[in-house]
Design a protein around this ligand. Structure first.
Ligand code: 8NA
Ligand code: MG
Ligand code: MG
Ligand code: MG
Length: 346
């Protein structure tokens, strides 16, 4: 659980200390409320569960993803003020879903009514550097499900991210995850061309002035997301990369750079059976379980990889027992259909 970082400590896990992101607060990565899930839960829907027992609760990731989806459906094509209001209302109605320690200040400022520009609170985070957490990426899935066009996806993933994550390391993570869902949705891509599509798009995204200067300031070198995509390719070309190497090289932390590439890798790796996971699991189950088995920011990495895997493998791979035991599943089904109508009409 060494993603928990105290002031000045290196929070994550690249194995390259100069390139690691330092977080400023302690973030207990497993402190979400509700019961944690083991592999058995994920296979059978809950250890010693009794009929009628409460469902497994979703965390901040899903709470915010739901706000994005509702806003996309009710205020098309995209309304940043509406989205900011939904995030804030949702947070104050139900604050105990395990939100990041920083993002709460954004909600408080938005709530105060003192900010006319909804992007200003995010810009003030972390002494004006903005958050590089994975919170923009973890909630972005609705955007590639609502827009078929890559330029729209990049534009809206960025704007939706900037409401809370002004560092390009934060919103570029959202762009990358949105693109991964988009290409997964097209189906039938080889792993290689899937990665090539991501790489060529991220090369453009990371070439802009702010992306370059943010990466430089954080001592991450040039094109940090592109470099991780290359690492993913290297890992997929090898057999049996250990979980500890995945964590060391790609990360399992709360920074977007240390979790979005991990989610993408997990999706691609879990297309094939994973040696130590039960054979009866399908690809989507494997993806979610594999991510959780990496430790660290489990809910968010599994959420992001699950979004990609869901887009690729489809609803048929979601086990009935997961549907029955997941809070909010009915909404997800219903809104998924509405998003598909929107996507098809555009
Ligand atoms: P965020 O914007 O608060 O960022 C998360 C954390 O990253 C911050 O609290 C800081 O510690 C650190 N951080 C981000 N940017 C900087 C920066 N520029 N300089 C120094 N430190 C920085 O939250 P988020 O919306 O990005 O969410 C990220 C993760 O936190 C998600 O996994 C989410 O689920 C949540 N989380 C919460 C808990 C919990 O128990 N409260 C546990 C794990 C994860
Ligand atoms: Mg969470
Ligand atoms: Mg959490
Ligand atoms: Mg999390």
């Amino acid at each position: 659980r060494d993603v928990t970082a105290g002031p000045g400590r290196t929070a994550t896990l690249t194995g390259r200390p100069r390139a690691a992101l330092k977080t400023s607060e302690a973030v207990p990565v497993t402190a979400d409320r509700g019961r944690s899930c083991g592999t058995e839960d994920l296979l059978y829907g809950g250890r010693s569960r009794t009929p009628g027992a409460e469902s497994l609760m979703y965390t901040d990731d899903t709470a915010m993803a739901r706000s994005v989806v509702q806003s996309l459906l009710e205020k098309p094509p995209f309304d940043e003020k509406d989205l900011a209001e939904r995030f804030t209302t949702e947070y104050f109605n139900d604050p105990d879903r395990g939100y990041g320690m920083g993002v709460v200040h954004v909600f408080e400022k938005l709530q105060s009514g003192e900010y006319h520009n909804v992007f200003t609170p995010a810009k003030e985070q972390f002494n004006g550097r903005g958050s590089f957490g994975n919170g923009a990426a973890m909630r972005v899935v609705g955007i590639p499900l609502a827009f078929p066009n890559i330029q729209d996806i990049i534009k809206y993933a960025k704007i939706s991210g900037e409401l809370t994550h002004a560092s390009s390391l934060g919103y570029n993570g959202a762009i990358l995850l949105a693109l991964a869902v988009h290409f997964a949705l097209q189906g039938n891509l080889s792993r290689e061309s899937f990665l090539e599509h991501l790489l060529s798009n991220m090369q453009e995204v990371e070439a802009d002035e702010k992306s370059r200067s943010d990466a430089l300031e954080l001592e991450l070198g040039e094109f940090p997301y592109c470099n991780r995509l290359k690492k993913i390719k290297e890992f997929l070309d090898k057999e049996n990369v250990s979980r500890s190497d995945v964590v060391k090289e790609l990360g399992h932390g709360i920074a977007a750079l240390e979790s979005v590439p991990t989610a993408i890798y997990s999706f691609l790796r879990c297309m094939d059976p994973v040696e130590d996971l039960p054979k009866e699991m399908n690809s989507l189950q494997r993806t979610v379980v594999f991510c959780i088995s990496l430790g660290g920011d489990t809910d968010t990495i599994a959420t992001m990889a699950g979004a990609i895997a869901g887009a690729y493998h489809g609803e048929d791979q979601v086990p009935e027992i997961w549907k029955k035991n997941s809070e909010g599943y009915k909404d997800a089904e219903h809104w998924g259909k509405q998003l598909w109508e929107l996507y098809s009409s555009r």
